[in-house]
Structure formats: C-alpha cells, structure tokens
Design a protein around this ligand. Structure first.
Ligand SMILES: NC(=O)c1ccc[n+]([C@@H]2O[C@H](COP(=O)([O-])OP(=O)(O)OC[C@H]3O[C@@H](n4cnc5c(N)ncnc54)[C@H](O)[C@@H]3O)[C@@H](O)[C@H]2O)c1
Length: 468
C-alpha cells in the first residue's frame, strides 16, 4: 500500500516507520524543513527505543521524506494525518493544523483516497475534514474520511505500535474499512510476528493484534474516553495516596490489594507527582470542552485535573518539610522528561517542579538520560546539568526523583549517600522502599507512604548517614 503520513512528530514518525516495516511504501510529510533535513541526514529526532534500527532499515527505500504534501497525496492511496492538536487558551483542541492539512490534501485528490485521522481529535472532526475538502471543490466520490486513533505511549512507542492491545478503526464506509484492514493485515493475521527480524515481543502481547471497527464518531470518542479514564485512574490513586499519608497506611500495599482485582488491574495505579506529557492534560481538557459543547458537564474531569495539579504542590511541600527554607539550597534532580524512556518534556510535571524550585531560589543540578537538551531550551538560569545521577547528587542538600527512569531505580545507594551533603531523598515516583532507604542511612520521603528516617532521627542532624 502507498501511504502518506502527514506530521513526522512522535506519532507520525513512529507510525510511518512502522508502516514501512509492515511492507508499505511510505512518504513522511512535514512542514518543518529542519526536521526533514535531519531525517534525510540519518538523524533520529526523538528518543524512542527501536526507532533508530527501523529508520536505518527503511530510510531512503520504503520510507521517503517530503515537504510537498500535495505530491505525497497524489502518490498515495491512504493519507494519515498525524499533526499536533494542542490546547487553545480555553482548553479546546486547536484543530487549525488539521484544517490546513485537510485543505491542502483536497488539492491532491485525483483518484479515490482514504484520509485517516491519526491525531487525537474531538468527536465531529471527521465531519469537518469532509466539509473542508468538499468546500474546496473535491468530488465526494474521490475520498472517504476515517479515524484510526493512536494508542502508543512515548518510551515504548514502536513496541506499542507493532504489538497493540487493539487497532481501532472508525469508518462509515466499508470500502475505507477494507483498505485500513489491509494496511494492518500483517499484525492482525500474525505474519509480522513470524518474521525473524520483527521487533522483540513484549510481555503481555495480544497476538495476533485484534482489530475493532466502529463508526467514525465512536472511534474519535473512544480515544478521548480512554485517555480520560487512564488519567482518572492516576488521579484516583493519587487521592488515595493522600489518605494513606494522613492515616499512616502504605499506598503500595493498597495498590497491590486493589490492582489484583481483575476488574481493576494494577496498571496506571502508580502514585506520584501526577500525569503530564503532550496528551493527557490537553486531551482531558478537550474532552471536557467537547462534552460541554454538546450539553454535558463532565465535572468528574475537573476533579481529575485538580487532583493532578495538587500532586505537584504536595511534592513541593514535602521538599519544604525535608529542608525547611529553599533559598540558596543545592538540590540534585533526577529526571526532567514527563516520564521515563522519552526525551519529551511537554507538560512535564518534573519541569514544573524544577521551575517552582528555581523561583524559590534553589540551585539545581539536574540529570536526565535523554531530556536535557530539550530542557536547556526552556529552563532559565540557576540550573546546571550533570552527566550522571551521582554527579547531580554531589554536595546536594537533598536529591529529588522526578521521573521514573529505570536507571534511577537501580542506584548504588552507598555511593549516592557519599555524594550527598545530607542523605535526604524526596522521591516523587516511589522508586525505593522506605525501610530499605532508612536502613541505608537515608531520610526518605515518597508519595502515599510515611517518611522514613535512619534510627528515627530527623535528617537535619545527619551527615553522610551518621549523627553530626
Ligand atoms: N505523543 C504521543 O504520545 C501521542 C500518542 C497518541 C496520540 N497522539 C496525538 O497525535 C497527534 C500528534 O502528536 P505528536 O506528539 O506526534 O505531535 P508532534 O508535535 O511531535 O508532531 C506534529 C508534527 O506535525 C508537523 N506539522 C504541523 N503542521 C503540519 C502541516 N501543515 N504539514 C505537515 N506537517 C505539519 C509538525 O512539524 C510536527 O513535526 C496529536 O493529536 C496527539 O494528541 C500523540
């Protein structure tokens, strides 16, 4: 199948590269010339596991890069639209990028093509895309609009794309549905998984990949409802974590008890500093807006957002509890990305916390395995960047863990204690066991669990794990 993917960001680049790996001829289109040049030079603009291998395999062969959308449309049977849908000031999805792409696509429709929404968009967007294309004089027989929402997660995007829980196709026309089925056939008939060069199968893979076909509107709504539900799960457990702290219970034990109920499941029940990223915050707001527009006040989502905001404030209060005043204090920070495994800092709670600490006059030394270059572009003075966790911890009054990178969960605690000025760790991701940390000489604060102190002695009188 000849496919054009419009937008070569986190979603478009991964989707286009994976389509090439499934055997399709793909043109990746972007209007960012610098990005196109970098891709053509062989650079990989985002940090994503397996992406460099797959790009290396297909670049210049089944995968081409182009800035000419009309030409790409002419050469393709299916056009996936994967441009950004950022929030407007009022919280709605800004669909102006989608609209401008739809307008341009109409100029290249010279034979029947399927236009597929890959971006996350509010219900009714497919109607608008259709209207815009018709308004530009296109014959209605020459195109169909379908929805194929993307459920990949940054950090595991390639694996998620190739081993999805389900493929969702929203179509109001059998011809378009058939074409989309054909595109995904190697995943749904399992032939991709028999290949010796297939990306390694993750735990919990459902094989072959199930495909769900719904109406276009249902598909659009499923994506928003899924993200809202996941965000709600995170806020729910964060609220439970607050109660745990208040009564002296352990949220990890509570999560284990809740999550083993097969009706609930353990995933997305990780208490912490709240969700972030380019999807959940904007999608919850957009879902809230679209519901209101159609007469339903989705107040539950307001509460999900409020709890999420509150998590950051609570974390900052913990840093104060640990250190009293912050002006002039040196803080080691582990993690700037919005979650582990990615370089994406969009709406990162870690970054928001760092900004608040800088405003209070703290001096920060931060380390993130992938996100420091992007962070440098947005963070102001007062922050230096380290090349390792231990360098970030060196001579710091406390260490803060803000992103759940795997390497942060496996630190050499003896070395860490020696590096720190005071052995204090404030962990926003619950990567360590409070008792084990106390046994290692740390005063340790986490989320939804009581703070632990070595010998029960407050942190201020301890230096390098010993009484001062
Ligand atoms: N990032 C995720 O994890 C994720 C997951 C699922 C769904 N989504 C959704 O997918 C969509 C894209 O997200 P993203 O994270 O890939 O965004 P992104 O900002 O990383 O990428 C968007 C790309 O589109 C390009 N673009 C914008 N206007 C264009 C135009 N007129 N012509 C050609 N290219 C154009 C931009 O230059 C950019 O490269 C959003 O709707 C998002 O909500 C994202």
């Amino acid at each position: 199948m000849r496919i054009a993917v419009v937008g070569s960001g986190y979603v478009g680049l991964v989707a286009g590269t994976c389509f090439a790996d499934l055997g399709h001829e793909v043109i990746l289109v972007d209007n960012d010339q610098r990005k196109l040049d970098a891709l053509r030079r062989g650079e990989v603009p985002i940090h994503e596991k397996f992406l460099p291998e797959l790009l290396g395999r297909h670049r210049g062969q089944r995968l081409q890069f182009s800035g000419d959308l009309k030409e790409a449309v002419r050469l393709s049977a299916v056009i996936f639209v994967a441009v950004g849908t950022p929030p407007t000031e009022s919280g709605e999805a800004d669909l102006s990028y989608v609209e401008s792409v739809a307008r341009e696509i109409s100029g290249g429709l010279d034979s029947f093509k399927v236009i597929v929404e890959k971006s996350t968009v509010p219900v009714y967007t497919s109607d608008w895309i259709r209207r815009i294309i018709l308004r530009n004089g296109t014959d209605p027989e020459l195109f169909e609009v379908a929805s194929n929402p993307e459920f990949l997660r940054e950090g595991t995007a390639v694996t998620d794309f190739l081993f999805p829980d389900r493929i969702l196709v929203g179509c109001d026309n059998p011809r378009a549905a058939e074409i989309l089925r054909e595109i995904y056939a190697p995943l749904t008939n399992g032939t991709y998984y028999q290949r010796t060069d297939a990306i390694p199968q993750p735990d919990r893979a459902v094989l072959p990949a199930p495909i769900i076909v719904t109406s276009t509107k249902s598909a659009e709504l499923i994506k928003h409802a899924s993200n809202a539900f996941l965000a709600m799960k995170i806020s729910f457990i964060n609220a439970v974590a607050q109660v745990c702290e208040a009564v002296g219970a352990d949220v990890n034990q509570v999560v284990h008890g809740i999550g083993t109920d097969s009706r609930i499941g353990p995933r997305f029940l990780n208490p912490g500093i709240g969700y972030g990223g380019s999807c959940f915050p904007k999608d919850i707001m957009a879902f809230r807006s679209v519901a209101r527009e159609y007469g339903y006040d989705f107040n539950l989502l307001d509460e999900v957002m409020r709890i999420n905001e509150d998590q950051r404030r609570r974390f900052l209060r913990k840093v104060h509890t640990a250190l009293w005043t912050l002006r002039g204090k040196r803080l080691g920070v582990l993690g700037l990305a919005f979650k582990g495994g990615t370089d994406d800092i969009r709406e990162s709670p870690a970054l928001a916390i760092v900004q608040a600490l800088l405003q209070e006059g703290s001096k920060i030394t931060a380390y993130d395995p992938a996100a420091m270059d992007r962070a440098r572009e947005v963070l102001s003075n007062g922050i230096t960047y380290a090349t390792s966790s231990y360098e970030a911890a060196h001579d710091a009054d406390a260490l803060l863990i803000l992103t759940e990178w795997e390497e942060f969960a496996n630190l050499d605690l003896n070395r860490l204690r020696r590096e720190l000025k005071y052995p204090i760790v404030v962990d926003g991701r619950n990567l360590y066991d409070p008792e084990a940390m106390a046994a290692q000489g740390f005063t340790y604060y986490s989320v939804g669990r009581s703070a632990s102190h070595p010998d029960g002695v407050p942190a201020a009188v301890l230096k390098n794990g010993k009484k001062a």
